[in-house]
Ligand binder design. Structure first.
Ligand SMILES: *[C@@H]1O[C@H](CO)[C@@H](O)[C@H](O)[C@H]1NC(C)=O
Ligand SMILES: *[C@@H]1O[C@H](CO)[C@@H](O)[C@H](O)[C@H]1NC(C)=O
Ligand SMILES: *[C@@H]1O[C@H](CO)[C@@H](O)[C@H](O)[C@H]1NC(C)=O
Length: 416
């Protein structure tokens, strides 16, 4: 009897405490298995029939760090303050959820004198939001957007169509034109529609979610629509639908949230040239067809000492189409090791880019691709290169910071 009840008890305990492994089912109609997940994973509702163990969303540090590298008593205006003085809407930074656990990082990110805009770097991409067809997850992006809303920072979305970071079901699905267009429409309308409420709640421009659509490429570590010579790149979208997925994405996004500004974003279109011309012609043609398009994003992943001399002229050309321009992913990398001479050149280069934006009223703001070298994507992507951002790995300002300050104070072409 005793033995029997012990066994029963143990069975009951193991029934209660057994945990589903990572990514396994943990709930749904008719599910009788364990309903909790192993450490680091949370049972997440997918649909009526299926809940799954997915990584627990990153928590945001809420504790002020005990030591801040640059005490708030130091007198500074902050880059966002300077951007607004220059009549821009914002100066901002990309963020990635895992880094929000870093208290010193998050405290500085929260400083709206420096940053009045954020872009979720990965959490809104297709692989993060629709890993299986028709099943959407916004665990991480909800946290990023909520942080920006609480801080009263502008939020830019990122991105509803891109050739990269796509789940296999999209790239290998062998869909026909009509089906893939409908998949794009459903994805863009769901992702963009998700944060419509934030805008209404905000009752203010500052909560407006900007989304940008990044079309195809072939080359996996780049992004985008065009080859360097201005011809269209191959991607699953371009191969299957021709150019039509661009209009599909923009129309679906606009229908889901008519107040959101829609951008097309690319790299190596910072200066004039065949690729910038291809973008110019695309935007012109979209506008002629009354397809909603509100802006062009110049990514600006640049190299120290190699800033195109035609940035301002190029921005002016886009402005002539009646769209806004944003610098969306600015970083300026160098070949390591860091030297004083490279830092001095980097300062000049940041100033050049920011002052070009400053000089054109329709250039509305500048976003850096994270603010500290500690969390830059550069070293893992470009071997032997790095130190691309205005704050070093210890969150201390580099000369590049002063270059940005000067860029907002003095438009390009103005007298020193
Ligand atoms: C950052 O801002 C968020 C939202 O305003 C707040 O909840 C959090 O405590 C802040 N964290 C730090 C480290 O300042
Ligand atoms: C697109 O089509 C071209 C030509 O058929 C092919 O070489 C390329 O691999 C395709 N790309 C993708 C991403 O499907
Ligand atoms: C795909 O369909 C659209 C209409 O929905 C059409 O405009 C486009 O030309 C088609 N693309 C291809 C490659 O057939």
């Amino acid at each position: 009897m005793l033995k029997f009840s012990l066994v029963g008890l143990l069975a009951a305990i193991s029934g209660i405490f057994a945990q589903s492994p990572t990514w396994a089912q943990c709930g749904g109609d008719g599910w009788t298995g364990p309903t909790t997940c192993v450490d680091g994973f949370t049972c997440t509702f997918n649909n009526q029939w299926y809940s799954q163990c997915r990584p627990t969303p990153t928590s945001v540090c809420t504790t002020a760090p005990s030591s801040v590298p640059e005490p708030p008593t130091a007198k500074y205006d902050g880059l966002a303050t300077l951007a607004k003085k220059a009549k821009k809407k914002y100066f901002g930074t990309a963020i990635d959820n895992p880094n929000l656990r870093d208290c010193a990082y998050t405290a500085k990110l929260n400083d709206t004198k420096e940053f009045n805009q954020i872009t979720p770097g990965n959490s809104l991409k297709w692989d993060a939001t629709e890993a299986s067809r028709g099943t959407f997850t916004f665990l991480e992006s909800d946290i990023a957007v909520a942080l920006g809303v609480q801080n009263k920072q502008h939020i830019r979305g990122h991105t509803c169509v891109w050739h990269n970071q796509l789940p296999n079901w999209v790239t290998a699905g062998n869909f026909d034109n009509i089906t893939l267009n409908s998949i794009v429409a459903n994805h863009c309308s769901t992702v963009v529609g998700r944060y419509k409420a934030q805008i209404q709640l905000g009752h203010s421009e500052r909560y407006k979610l900007c989304l940008y659509v990044i079309p195809p490429p072939t080359y996996p570590d780049s992004t985008e629509l065009f080859n360097e010579d201005g011809t269209w790149r191959n991607s699953v979208f371009y191969n299957t639908t021709g150019e039509s997925f661009v209009a599909t994405a923009l129309r679906a996004a606009h229908a889901a949230d008519p107040k959101t500004k829609l951008y097309i974003n690319d790299y190596n279109i910072e200066g004039t040239g065949p690729k910038s011309t291809a973008m110019f012609n695309l935007v012109k043609s979209l506008k002629a067809q009354r397809i909603p398009i509100h802006g062009v994003g110049l990514q600006a992943h640049l190299i120290v000492g190699q800033i195109p001399s035609t940035i301002q002229a190029n921005i002016e050309q886009f402005a002539g189409l009646g769209v806004d321009i944003s610098i969306t992913e600015l970083d300026i990398r160098m070949t390591l090791p860091v030297t004083d001479a490279l830092l001095a050149q980097q300062k000049i280069d940041y100033q050049t880019v920011v002052s070009a934006c400053n000089a054109v009223p329709r250039c509305i703001g500048v976003t850096i691709w994270d603010y500290t070298d500690k969390y830059s994507w550069v070293p893992s992507t470009f071997s032997g290169q790095g130190a691309a951002l205005p704050w070093d790995e210890n969150l201390v300002k580099k000369p590049a910071y002063d270059g940005i300050v000067t860029g907002f104070a003095r438009p390009q072409g103005a007298r020193p």
